[in-house]
Design a protein around this ligand. Structure first.
Ligand code: NZQ
Ligand code: ZN
Length: 395
């Protein structure tokens, strides 16, 4: 087992009606002015935003709001948020929404607490030395940003989607009421479930052994999400299924499923981020579209891990050898994606990149040939292109 730090400072307030506590939770942060940050309208339509405002009013909190965050959140709105926070002396940001809203809030927080251009952090040109405090009211189980150290932003100049991670941006608290996710469209529910599973799978596929407890937690988490994702396709108002998925979403990306590993692979996330940046696809759906192609491409580097995954997670019977078992596991995962109406190839996303665009995706993912991604197998620009190409259509 590798050495590790496990740091999860976020207070989780979980269950029915918990959004009523948000005013008191913010008050406990001893801030003087709050920016309530939200997305493109779902929280207005559901009435959640009004309930949050009421709770803040009751706690005597002074606040202003900024909506308009879109999936694959944009840098231009981050800049707007930074100016607003500076001119209004905001000292706390309350994100009411999903990963996109939370990530935008984190980016605004970096921009307020650090001089210079916030995009520098996402380009890895320098490190942040702080971030405004963030609180979360979560409305979709997916990205895990409510407990993660990450933030992913899309720069409209060049449509580059880049992530930045630091413990400064960890939320002070996360209000998680599974009922709030019942208004999600089926596609977003399924896409979120894939993302949750992938946060664990990215860590699970690595070059380590001897992680009995971490492997066991990971395998059970993925199975739990698969089971409840299928239930939610038929019963979107099933509270227990919503709750299982919501809790799995946070545990999947707060570091727990990576304890003792080498950090994991993460190639699929890097490959998907370019798809999201260039084609604005839903993150989880984009992951499902490239996973099968990635898995077949790298499987030979670590067949025993893929075979273990096939048996322990996908429940397939042992094949004649590890490679056969591994392949059966990949096919079973693709069958699951189909069962929850998720893509198994890029064309299933409703887009058809040209060969030039596939090359551009690979160039961007390799940061213009300056980096490789993945640890199961280190992937360079040619590998990336091949994986995108194989992922274009199924079979
Ligand atoms: O904007 P609104 O109107 O709220 O609509 C959203 C959006 O269209 C809608 N939605 C959210 N809650 C809803 C709802 N609709 C009805 N009822 C509700 N209760 O769902 C759509 C997707 O929302 P979004 O926040 O984009 O989803 P998600 O949480 O999947 O976040 C995706 C973003 O997070 C990044 C992704 O790359 C992507 O940009 N990630 C962030 C990570 C992190 N910070 O740790 C890790 C992840 O790997 C991921 O990369
Ligand atoms: Zn993700």
């Amino acid at each position: 087992m590798e050495n590790f730090n496990y740091y999860t400072p976020t207070e989780v307030v979980f269950g029915r009606g918990t959004e009523k506590q948000v005013g008191e939770l913010v008050k406990a942060q001893k801030c003087s002015k709050v920016l309530v940050h939200y997305g493109s309208g779902s929280v207005k339509k559901s009435g959640l935003l009004d309930r949050v405002f009421r709770s803040l009013d009751e706690a005597g909190i002074s606040y202003l709001s900024l909506g308009g965050v879109v999936p694959n959140p944009r840098l231009s709105l981050v800049y707007e948020g930074i100016s607003l926070c500076k001119s209004e002396d905001v000292d706390f940001i309350l994100a009411v929404g999903g990963g996109s809203v939370i990530d935008s809030a984190k980016a605004i927080g970096y921009g307020v607490s650090n001089e210079g251009d916030v995009w520098d952090f996402y380009e890895k040109k320098r490190q942040a030395s702080g971030c405004l405090s963030i609180g979360v009211v979560l409305t979709i189980s997916a990205a895990g940003s409510e407990m993660s150290d990450s933030s992913v932003i899309t720069n409209e100049k060049g449509w580059l989607k880049r992530g930045y991670s630091s413990n400064y941006a960890r939320a002070k608290f996360a209000v998680m009421n599974p009922e709030l996710t019942m208004t999600l469209p089926k596609y977003q529910t399924a896409s979120g479930c894939v993302d949750i599973m992938m946060h664990t799978m990215e860590r699970y596929f690595n070059q380590c052994d001897n992680m009995e407890l971490t492997d066991g937690i990971s395998e059970h988490l993925i199975r739990t999400v698969m089971k409840n994702a299928k239930i939610l396709m038929e019963e979107p108002y099933n509270y227990d299924a919503r709750a299982e998925v919501m809790w799995a979403g946070s545990l999947s990306h707060n570091g727990l499923t990576g304890c003792g590993t080498d950090g994991g692979d993460w190639a699929c996330h890097q490959l998907e981020h370019e798809l999201g940046g260039m084609f604005d696809v839903a993150h989880g759906a984009g992951l499902a579209a490239v996973w099968g192609s990635w898995a077949r491409y790298v499987m030979d580097a670590c067949p025993e891990r893929f075979a273990r995954f096939a048996v322990n997670v996908m429940g397939v019977a042992d094949g004649a050898d590890e490679t056969e078992t591994a392949l059966k596991g990949i096919e079973a995962m693709e069958a699951f994606y189909r069962a929850v109406e998720m893509p198994v190839c890029i064309k299933d996303l409703g887009i058809e990149p040209t060969v030039e665009q596939l090359r551009e995706l690979a160039e961007k993912c390799s940061h213009l040939r300056k980096r490789t991604v993945g640890c199961v197998k280190k992937l360079d620009v040619d590998d990336m292109y091949q994986i995108y190409k194989n992922a274009l259509e199924f079979g």
